[in-house]
Design a protein around this ligand. Structure first.
Ligand SMILES: *Cc1c(COP(=O)(O)O)cnc(C)c1O
Length: 355
């Protein structure tokens, strides 16, 4: 039985993407060679890279004269330090919405002063701070659009006078926001785009060149931009599989079409969390993520019983992150409605046998 995959990352990809990327390992598009055996300088791979880069911009409605697209390695975690080494001259501002923001803060501190503009630490990060003020001049503001662990998500983005940088690892391509508000954003592929192994970076190159330090080549955005994301061997399989997902998004009505489905799926699951007397939601309602729904069992209910029901019904990856506990349903783009329905059914069954 194919399981219902609620894993937070690496996570579910469209079935057609898995099938076609598997085939490419044997043979890419009838060229008589495997994708992973050909040169990254071959015309076949260059065309894959070019299409992936332009499709990213097309889906996000960004101008290729202003934004550059890179497929790098090292994960989003590498971008925590790479963004700082390239852009942090004196002082950077951060909004701290939990572990991922905190990790980005820790790395940035190696390169300059960091001020925490706002934080939701006081309530174990169960909300998104709002109405914060920036009183000092900063080189940029960094935020995490969707906190994968706590299940919180920024719904709006004010226009700042400073460059805006965002970690979008777990909600890129899931909703129709104005991506042009951001000067740099990045996302590890393995949440909503492809397999682990590549990180998407979208950057306005006019924010570069403002720090004096020497930057090692592999960490220098300018070098990667000048070499069109081929400074060294790119992670060819991860880039190709990401391209297949981007094509899948386009054929599903683009970001607008995908967002409609995501909103519907999130509504279904949150309605059940709120209705069901055996569970309670973790995050403040207005800040709930449409990608990661976090919830807990009400006190005194039998966790093992619920886990067993999940297992019997093929529900996988529902366990919450160790820092939050409880449960987390990650409902990324590729998760079918059917899986949501099965989970809701199981929650209802559990309520019936427990209360
Ligand atoms: C998963 C995740 C990361 C870490 O990504 P890696 O690619 O493992 O470095 C960073 N930020 C967010 C928001 C994430 O969800």
């Amino acid at each position: 039985m194919k399981k219902h995959n609620f894993s937070a990352g690496p996570s579910i990809l469209p079935k057609s993407v898995i099938e076609q990327s598997s085939k490419s390992i044997e043979e890419l598009d009838s060229i008589g060679l495997s994708l992973i055996e050909i040169s990254h300088r071959s015309k076949e791979f260059i065309s894959i890279m070019n299409e992936a880069q332009s499709l990213v911009l097309k889906l996000l409605k960004l101008d290729s004269k202003i934004y550059k697209v890179l497929f790098l390695q090292g994960g989003a975690s590498m971008q925590f330090l790479m963004s700082a080494i390239n852009l942090l001259d004196k002082r950077a501002g951060f909004i701290n919405t939990g572990s991922w923001s905190q990790k980005a803060i820790n790395e940035a501190r190696l390169f300059g002063e960091v001020i925490e503009i706002a934080s939701s630490k006081d309530k174990n990060y169960n909300y998104i701070p709002k109405n914060f003020k920036i009183t000092k001049k900063i080189d940029y503001l960094h935020l995490t659009t969707n906190n994968t662990i706590f299940g919180t998500q920024f719904k709006t983005f004010p226009k700042f006078d400073f460059p805006l940088i965002a970690d979008m690892s777990s909600d890129i391509f899931s909703r129709n926001i104005d991506y042009s508000k951001f000067d740099l954003f990045y996302a590890g592929a393995q949440k909503n785009m492809g397999p682990a192994g590549t990180t998407l970076v979208v950057i306005k190159d006019d924010i570069l060149g403002k720090v004096n330090r020497k930057i090692p080549s592999m960490l220098d955005y300018k070098i990667h931009i000048d070499k069109e994301s081929m400074f060294n061997t790119p992670p060819v399989f991860a880039v190709y599989t990401s391209l297949l997902t981007l094509r899948w998004i386009e054929s599903n009505g683009g970001i607008v079409g995908i967002e409609k489905q995501n909103n519907k799926k999130a509504e279904m699951i949150y309605n059940e969390i709120d209705r069901n007397n055996a569970f309670e939601g973790f995050t403040k309602e207005e800040d709930r993520s449409i990608m990661n729904a976090t919830f807990n069992l009400k006190d005194g209910l039998n966790e093992e019983k619920f886990n067993k029901l999940c297992e019997e019904n093929g529900i996988s990856g529902l366990k919450g992150h160790r820092s939050v506990g409880g449960y987390r349903a990650s409902i990324y783009n590729a998760l079918p409605f059917e899986s949501i329905e099965v989970l809701i059914d199981v929650m209802k069954k559990f309520e019936k046998i427990s209360l």
